[in-house]
Structure formats: structure tokens, C-alpha cells
Design a binder for this molecule. Structure first.
Ligand SMILES: [Zn+2]
Length: 208
């Protein structure tokens, strides 16, 4: 992420290895342990994230209250990585946003990249990215000046021992784990700045 040197971290239980940056702490599952697109799809098909799941809806409503509405009220919105049931997209529309959504597996509608947005949301998406720099650059290009990118991804525990026993890591489709410092490098290189952080999993960035 930052160009710093890395060390290898091995997990004997899941039988996989990670590269961890000495400088920014960004942790990346080594590519040979990444799931295939078929395995990824099979895993996402099991996600029961629909409007009928109240707990999931409540979580997304709080995300909107905390990370989106204080910065952007109404306007054009894109939910990036909307998954099998585009719940956040539905909630954005209910709140009056002119929303669209995109997902490489479930709604690969590339025309969303021909427009620009006041806000882009990406919940539980960045930890799945094999190329976070490339993806954030793509999002930057379709964000209006002064627009916001609001994301949800859990920050990696600081200590390697805690990282190895962390539940979040057990999902095999999670391959990229951020620290606050590595997020900082990622967004600054993409010409974004911090607008909000809950210091744990919810972050909003602003385009200059
Ligand atoms: Zn680094």
C-alpha cells in the first residue's frame, strides 16, 4: 500500500499466508490463497442480506445516519458492491437519493461508470478487493468535486496475534485488511481527504 517492506504472517489453521507492511500495517492475503471467482460467487450467494433481515437493515440505516447524511443530503448516489440483495441501494432511494448500484457479480452494469455522483457507498467491499488502489482510483473518477465516499470495512487488530484470532478473517473472501494508517495512504494517493472516522469500521472521505 505505502511501498514499505513486508513480512510474512502464516496461519496454520486456515492454511494461508499474508504479507504485512512493516510501515503502514496493511495486510494482504497472498494471491495464491485468494478464492476463485466461482468460490467467491458461491460464498456471496449464501449471504442473506435482504430487506427482511431487520438487523442488517438497522446496521445500514445507522451507516447512513452516521457516514452519509451528515455530509450529503439527497443528490446522486452509487452503491458500489451492492451484493445479491441491493438493500443499501433501496434505503438510499427511500431517503430520496437518486441512486444506482453496481456489483461485479450481481449487477455488472458498467454504465454506472459513465455518470458522476455526490456520494458513493461501499459497505463490506474493500476487504474483498484484490486491487484497492485501482478500485479507489476508479471511484475517484466518478465522484463529483466535493463529493463523498463512505465505506464500511473493519480495521485490522494492531497485534498479529489478535489478527490471527480475529473472526473477520475467517471469511475466505476477505483478502485485504486495513489499518487506519494504510487507509490514510490509500485515500491520500487517490486525492481524497478524511471527513469522518468511527476509528473501527465506518469511514467517510471527501474529494477535494
Ligand atoms: Zn505500507
Amino acid at each position: 500500500m505505502c511501498g514499505g517492506g513486508t513480512y510474512e504472517l502464516s496461519d496454520p489453521l486456515l492454511v494461508c499466508r499474508y504479507d504485512v507492511c512493516h510501515v503502514c500495517g496493511f495486510t494482504y492475503k497472498q494471491p495464491r490463497f485468494h478464492p476463485s471467482p466461482e468460490q467467491e460467487r458461491a460464498s456471496y450467494d449464501q449471504h442473506e442480506n435482504t430487506l427482511e433481515h431487520q438487523g442488517y437493515v438497522d446496521m445500514l440505516e445507522s451507516f447512513l445516519d452516521e457516514a452519509v447524511e451528515p455530509f450529503v443530503r439527497g443528490g446522486k448516489a452509487l452503491d458500489f458492491g451492492s451484493g445479491p440483495g441491493p438493500v443499501l441501494y433501496e434505503l438510499l432511494r427511500l431517503r430520496g437519493y437518486e441512486a444506482r448500484h453496481y456489483d461485479p457479480f450481481y449487477r455488472a452494469d458498467e454504465t454506472v461508470f459513465e455518470e458522476t455522483y455526490d456520494v458513493i457507498t461501499a459497505t463490506e467491499v474493500f476487504e474483498h478487493m484484490s486491487h484497492p488502489r485501482r478500485e479507489i482510483a476508479r471511484l475517484y473518477r466518478i465522484l463529483n468535486r466535493g463529493g463523498h465516499l463512505s465505506i464500511m470495512t473493519s480495521l485490522r487488530p494492531e497485534k498479529d496475534g489478535d489478527f490471527l484470532s480475529w473472526w473477520y478473517r475467517r471469511d475466505e473472501t476477505h483478502i485485504a485488511f486495513f489499518t487506519e494508517r494504510s487507509l490514510d495512504v490509500l485515500i491520500r494517493d487517490a486525492y481524497l481527504t478524511w471527513a469522518y472516522s468511527d476509528k473501527a469500521k465506518i469511514f467517510t472521505f471527501r474529494r477535494f
